[in-house]
Design a protein around this ligand. Structure first.
Ligand code: AMP
Length: 122
């Protein structure tokens, strides 16, 4: 179990509303807000309020929390009108996963058609 609040973490500050964000959802455990550098018409970050640095730090005790993160993301997708057209929920872990903010977050991305894989294969 990691500490619930890290004073050096920008997402802890956003989740506790110590610094402003474009909030779309908040409850006891989860906070969601618009990404500051959107890569698509819809780009929302869904985070646990508790500070967890990476997916690698999760334990089986976090199963309900992670499940809730995904349920909140899909509910936001419906609210923002991309449930029918489809979307991607992306969780990046550490260097090779492209993680730059070390407080776990799901990217909800939609409003445009995406390809796969997410990197050049040649
Ligand atoms: P990742 O590369 O998966 O760690 O994603 C981090 C995301 O956080 C990036 O898409 C950034 O644009 C976003 N981000 C960083 N700082 C902020 C902020 N203050 N408000 C909103 N989004 C942010």
């Amino acid at each position: 179990m990691t500490d619930s609040y890290n004073e050096n973490c920008i997402f802890c500050k956003i989740a506790s509303e110590k610094i402003p964000s474009k909030k779309v959802y908040s409850d006891e455990q989860i906070f969601a807000f618009h990404d500051i550098a959107p890569v698509a018409p819809v780009h929302i970050l869904i985070i646990p309020k508790r500070h967890i640095e990476t997916l690698d730090d999760l334990t089986s005790d976090d199963a309900l929390l992670v499940g809730k993160l995904i349920i909140v993301a899909k509910d936001i997708a419906r609210t923002l009108g991309i449930a029918e057209s489809g979307y991607r929920i992306n969780l990046n872990c550490k260097r090779d996963g492209g993680q730059t903010v070390f407080h776990i977050h799901a990217h909800l991305i939609g409003g445009k058609s995406m390809g796969w894989p997410p990197f050049p294969t040649t």
